[in-house]
Design a protein around this ligand. Structure first.
Ligand code: PLP
Length: 360
């Protein structure tokens, strides 16, 4: 199967450019060597503008779920508020419960975005809860809905100034704007197999000084995901334990492409165009499943007038892989991932074929 052209439209892992796959085949270097330090320093210099932060950025060898757990373990002592609007925001809830925290939930319902007024109201009514943190999912991949992180974080700052803001930007970072410092966030994480356009296996994160100060107060942060250990090693351009070195090579090359090849603004614009083309070319035979006012630039969940299975299998026969529905929307929706390095022309070629399939 050729990888030269993108025929894979699943919302992660996403298509990876052949040049990036090549980077994964470089010879090994030691992670305590001067070569690794130089590689790490290059990566870190590009991660800061990607997150728009002057604070600390890390690369963790784990998938995004691992760093969601890490964020909770480092930042929460007792109580957390989880905002939910689909399967991945619910994952925060499940992890927090499994760690034994007292977890409250503000649920917007599947397909909706979190409402800032409802969040403000909840925090005002529960001011005695003393939340250590509030979790926000930047882009809910199961429903194709993007939350307004800037607005939600501001509400947390106003109503619960001591609560840290933990953001899952897994299917947004690199495809949808992120302003970590300006929005006053405390942890923001993204695994790299979505809009960053790499194979899965590592996660990038930005961590605020406030989050690090909070972590320092927790004696039982565990070992593998200890943010303080990450910080101390990062100050020396290194990591606490043996990382996936092939991914570090690929990440350095991909950040070079994102920041100085395509450019961040052009990348965001391409993602918006991919969303608009998807909505326009599917409107005749499928309804947007989530709130149109919050339609994601990176993934679209659609309810078609015909069988979801038929659409996906007929597209597969024509060489195209589309994403299935997720969780409670599994039977009724399919998803088109339009994220990462996917060329707009390849998406358009797929949408033309999808239009033919839908005509029957
Ligand atoms: N959060 C969101 C929004 C996701 O889309 C996903 C995966 O699809 C995750 C978290 C979990 O990330 P990972 O599979 O890298 O653990």
């Amino acid at each position: 199967m050729s990888n030269e052209r993108c025929t894979y439209f699943v919302p992660g892992p996403t298509w990876v450019r052949p040049a990036i796959l090549q980077e994964l085949t470089r010879p090994m270097i030691g992670h305590r060597s001067a070569e690794f330090r130089e590689l790490f320093a290059r990566i870190n210099a590009d991660l800061k503008p990607l997150f728009a932060t002057q604070q600390d950025t890390f690369v963790v060898t784990a998938s995004g779920t691992g760093v969601m757990q890490a964020a909770l373990e480092n930042c929460v002592a007792r109580r957390v508020l989880v905002t939910t609007c689909g399967a991945f925001s619910e994952r925060w809830y499940n992890i927090a419960e499994s760690l034994g925290y007292e977890v409250d939930r503000l649920d917007a319902g599947w397909g909706k975005a979190i409402d800032a007024a409802a969040l403000g109201d909840h925090l005002a009514r529960h001011h005695r809860a003393h939340y250590d943190a509030v979790t926000i999912t930047h882009n809910e991949t199961s429903t194709g809905v993007t939350n307004d992180v800037a607005q939600l974080a501001q509400v947390v700052r106003e109503e619960a100034p001591d609560a840290l803001v933990l953001v899952d930007s897994v299917s947004a970072l690199g495809g949808i704007p992120m302003q970590f410092d300006e929005w006053n966030l405390d942890v923001c994480l993204a695994s790299v197999q979505k809009c960053i356009g790499l194979p899965p296996g590592i996660t990038v994160a930005a961590v605020s000084q406030n989050a690090l100060a909070r972590a320092k107060k927790h004696p039982y942060r565990g070992t593998y995901f200890d943010f303080i250990a990450y910080k101390e090693r990062a100050d020396d351009s290194s990591v606490p334990s043996t990382p996936s070195i092939p991914h570090f090579y690929a990440l350095a090359a991909q950040l070079e492409h994102i920041m100085r090849g395509e450019g961040l603004e052009a990348r965001f614009e391409r993602h918006r165009k991919m969303r608009d083309a998807t909505l326009e070319q599917t409107s005749r035979f499928a309804k947007l499943a989530g709130d149109p006012a919050h339609a994601s630039a990176t993934v679209t969940a659609l309810t078609p007038v015909m069988s979801v299975e038929k659409i996906r299998s007929e597209m597969k026969q024509r060489g195209y892989t589309l994403g299935g529905g997720y969780g409670q929307w599994k039977e009724t929706t399919f998803r088109i991932g339009h994220m990462g390095d996917m060329p707009l022309e390849d998406l358009q070629a797929m949408l033309d074929v999808l239009g033919e399939v839908a005509r029957g």
